[in-house]
Ligand binder design. Structure first.
Ligand SMILES: Nc1nc2c(c(=O)[nH]1)N[C@H]1C(S)=C(S)[C@@H](COP(=O)(O)OP(=O)(O)OC[C@H]3O[C@@H](n4cnc5c(=O)[nH]c(N)nc54)[C@H](O)[C@@H]3O)O[C@H]1N2
Ligand SMILES: Nc1nc2c(c(=O)[nH]1)N[C@H]1C(S)=C(S)[C@@H](COP(=O)(O)OP(=O)(O)OC[C@H]3O[C@@H](n4cnc5c(=O)[nH]c(N)nc54)[C@H](O)[C@@H]3O)O[C@H]1N2
Ligand SMILES: [Mo]
Length: 764
């Protein structure tokens, strides 16, 4: 008897010997260099490591597969624009171990499911295509052609193309992503959920509605020139380390920084640039001028408190709001102010969990600044009221005229290195009609206008057997999505599940009746095709498109590029009715870019401009005060205070990243800055909350969430006392995704509310 899907999807519950030290107040420095080097030495061949470190994020080099933080347009560090976690990402991809037929003959799917995510990831790079037949216990090798035929057969056997789901993770390049969505649309569906649905979707929704573009408005240069940068719900020291260099530059130019976060994250407090030998010795730069320890999901309340006080000052003395900007460029000011006045300052401050003293410090920094940038990430986007969080930030920027001028604007800091580009080139379950019309004009077929499934809809559809084939271009769907148990059953209900991957992950062991693993080239590897070595391209968090070219030989000669995989499947599936010559694209990626230039706005002369060593900027209306909204102005919005309330024994839990992981890929078991070593099954709690429950440090507890009458449980976590506001707690993603209710998501955007899970803690 095989393990049930729910058990295969869960991370094993055993402990790995926790060690606790004092949390850091400083980030990077020597510790960062040591950690990066030790990871590289452990998993990579030294000659490869040297080659990669010189080419990472360099003009003409390859784009770091880590985060989406931009590279400087002008001078770049000679050592490469690398960071500790970028090096870890590379060591993970370019590790010298591979796994193929022998490995899978040795280890059954059930056995692999009993391994921790750390162990699964360390097994090596996937080296050849594998197939799991119905009822089989082990994957077996299969040829690429047979595998493509299998996918084609399954897709063509469905009653309706909407019975297939095509997921994308954000590492996929523009070229592969464009072809993929084109294939999916020609096949006949818009079921294109992507990791963005779980990530910055709420930012996209809020920004499109208020500013007419779902992306941020600032450039790296703006960050250097801002008078004030607010970093909210983001942990850049771990997740976007190169951002700290930009914040340091801003400070050197006289800028101020406010960090708003339930946790005193090391990178927000102090930073020592690893590339500056002097700074390593002198101890680094204080980053945040004011640190605001907000309660989880207290951001709307805090922003309202700020807005109320600004309004009070404006009415007293004037000169606080940018009236010219408001008059010329915005819509909805009067209604917004009328609504704001219905709130009470004290209520808002109390709901935010911030003291009057800290509020005053932050307020003083905001009051007279006119060049403000707000940066944010998952701490704002993963709540039911996530869209409100972001709209409220926009309200502040609009009052201050801090949009579309140097040193000011919106800065949603993206996660995956090409998540923004994937959306730009068409990975979207609800693409605008204008884009679909262009596809029709260019290729001569009519894409469906029906919106497809987002991640949450896709899980429900598979659970209800309305969708029967799951295809994942990158990512680790089962571990990344909410409600692991339900999602596992959803996947198990499918006829076929397919994953295009570089590394083995949990999604390969939670399968449909049949399953395929397609191993593909990674960013660091050379991509040889008929017309020679290919380049590809990606878009960073600030809308710059640049090329990426691998430098290492592929780790196996049985890998295909993502582009080749998509062409192979499209050819095998659509052969009888396609209007497109699919196989030509894999031979020459210039042809893909020519097509993108015709179909996607902003890519004119793509093939020529991609040769510019630092890439090119895509058009951005908000940056130029051209707001493509329904009102053709920047819109103020009216946002309610969130209404959640905790019962006596409940805590609000955020699921966050440790310093040693990239999403579901676990590099190691340490969270160095937070002083946690060799364990991931922990729950960070306020020390008073620990006492109140008669718990002790490192006591083993179980977590329970109850939502709409459904109880979800995650067992075996160790209590760690931490500087976190009362009534809040934190655990690591993905261990606690089992607790995130599928039906708790952001209004409008459907981002799972994985930063506000209401839980109780017990010892039984
Ligand atoms: N090394 C590394 N780099 C990464 C990733 C990785 O896993 N590892 N992941 C990539 C991806 S896909 C993404 S999306 C980004 C994620 O980057 P982040 O968003 O920085 O990642 P999280 O760990 O989810 O951290 C969220 C932060 O928000 C805070 N927070 C939580 N809830 C609230 C709240 O209600 N209000 C406020 N104000 N703060 C809150 C948490 O304390 C934490 O500091 O990083 C990208 N880069
Ligand atoms: N509870 C909770 N859940 C969350 C979050 C959270 O904060 N809390 N964060 C959410 C966020 S922000 C995101 S973005 C999602 C992430 O969701 P995903 O993007 O689905 O997950 P990843 O862990 O980034 O995917 C890692 C896998 O991608 C594959 N891979 C790596 N590089 C490549 C490549 O170049 N090509 C291909 N084809 N495959 C590759 C490897 O096989 C690796 O195992 O998770 C979300 N889930
Ligand atoms: Mo993300």
């Amino acid at each position: 008897m095989s393990l049930p899907p729910e058990d295969k999807a869960k991370t094993p519950e055993n402990f790995t010997t926790l060690k606790i030290t004092k949390p850091h107040k400083n980030s990077v420095g020597f510790g960062g260099i040591k950690a990066a080097v030790s990871q590289v030495i452990k998993y990579m061949n030294p000659a490869d490591a040297l080659k990669l470190s010189l080419k990472i994020n360099q003009k003409g080099g390859f784009d770091c597969p880590g985060c989406a933080w931009p590279d400087p347009d002008d001078e770049r560090s000679k050592l490469g624009e690398y960071c500790e976690n970028g090096m870890k990402a590379i060591a993970e991809e370019a590790q010298n171990k591979t796994i193929g037929a022998d490995f899978f003959a040795q280890h059954s799917v059930d056995e692999l499911a009993s391994w921790s995510d750390f162990e699964i990831g360390k097994s090596g790079r996937l080296a050849e295509p594998m197939f799991l037949p119905e009822g089989a216990t082990h994957y077996q090798p299969i040829s690429w052609l047979d595998a493509f035929e299998k996918v084609g057969k399954h897709l063509n056997a469905l009653d309706n193309p909407d019975e297939a789901v095509f997921y994308t993770s954000g590492r996929t390049t523009n070229e592969a992503a464009f072809l993929y969505q084109l294939f999916v649309r020609e096949y006949g569906t818009a079921n294109l959920p992507d990791c963005s649905n779980m990530c910055h979707e709420a930012s996209g929704s809020a920004l499109s509605e208020t500013l007419g573009i779902g992306k941020g408005s600032v450039t790296l240069n703006d960050l250097y020139k801002a008078e004030l940068v607010m970093v909210i719900g983001q942990n850049p020291g771990t997740n976007h380390p190169r951002m700290l260099t930009a914040l340091e530059k801003c400070k050197n130019n006289g800028g101020k920084i406010i960090a708003i976060n339930p946790l005193p994250e090391a990178g927000l407090l102090k930073f020592t640039d690893p590339q500056s030998p002097m700074k390593l010795l002198t101890g680094g730069t204080q980053i945040a001028d004011v640190f605001v320890p907000i309660t989880i999901n207290g951001d709307v309340a805090f922003m309202k408190a700020i807005l109320l006080k600004l309004l009070e000052k404006e009415e007293e003395t004037g000169g606080v709001f940018d009236k010219d900007f408001i008059n010329v460029y915005t819509h909805g000011y009067d209604a917004f102010i009328a609504d704001l006045k219905t709130y009470d300052f004290e209520d808002c401050l109390q709901a935010s969990g911030v003291t009057q003293a800290v509020f005053d410090e932050a307020f003083d920094l905001i009051l007279n600044k006119n060049k403000i940038i707000i940066c944010w990430a998952m701490g704002l986007t993963q709540h039911e009221n996530a869209v409100d969080n972001i709209r409220e930030l926009v309200n502040l920027l609009l009052l201050k005229g801090s949009i579309g001028k140097e040193g000011a604007g919106t800065c949603p800091v993206r996660g995956h290195s090409n998540v923004q580009g994937d959306r730009t080139v068409g990975i979207w379950e609800s693409s605008p009609q204008a884009f679909l019309d262009k596809i029709e004009a260019k290729y001569g077929f009519k894409p469906t206008i029906k919106h497809g499934y987002s991640v949450i809809d896709a899980i429900k559809a598979m659970y209800e057997k309305k969708a029967k084939v799951f295809f994942g271009l990158g990512g680790n769907f089962i571990s990344a999505v909410p409600d692991t148990g339900y999602a596992a059953q959803a996947i198990a209900n499918c006829n076929l599940t397919v994953h295009v991957s570089t590394k083995l992950n949990r999604s390969h062991v939670v399968t449909g009746n049949e399953a395929l693993i397609f191993p593909c080239l990674g960013r660091t590897e050379k991509d040889y095709q008929k017309t020679g070595l290919q380049i590809q391209s990606v878009e960073n968090s600030m809308g710059v498109v640049s090329s990426t070219k691998g430098v290492l030989e592929p780790c196996s000669n049985k890998l295909l590029s993502e582009v080749a995989v998509v062409c192979g499947i499209a050819n095998a599936t659509l052969k009888t009715y396609s209007k497109i010559n699919w196989l030509q694209y894999k031979d020459d990626y210039n042809l893909v870019r020519d097509d993108i230039a015709e179909v996607v706005d902003g890519f004119d002369d793509y093939n020529k401009r991609i040769k510019n060593p630092s890439g090119f900027y895509l058009p951005n209306g908000a940056r130029k005060r051209k707001f493509k909204t329904k009102t053709e102005k920047a819109n103020f919005s009216i946002n309610k205070l969130p209404s959640w309330k905790l019962k006596d024994d409940e805590l609000i839990m955020m699921t966050i990243r440790s310093h040693d992981q990239f999403n579901t890929t676990i590099y190691g078991l340490n969270d160095r800055y937070r002083g946690v070593f060799n364990e991931r099954r922990i729950v960070f709690m306020n020390r008073d909350d620990i006492k109140l429950r008669n718990l002790k440090e490192q006591q083993v507890v179980n977590l329970k969430s109850e939502f709409n009458g459904i109880i979800r449980v995650a067992n075996n976590f160790k209590v760690v006392g931490y500087d976190i506001p009362k009534n809040c707690c934190a655990t690591y993603f993905p261990e606690t995704n089992v607790l995130v209710p599928l039906d708790s998501f952001a209004h409008t955007a459907k981002t799972p509310a994985s930063k506000s899970v209401i839980v109780t803690i017990s010892t039984t």
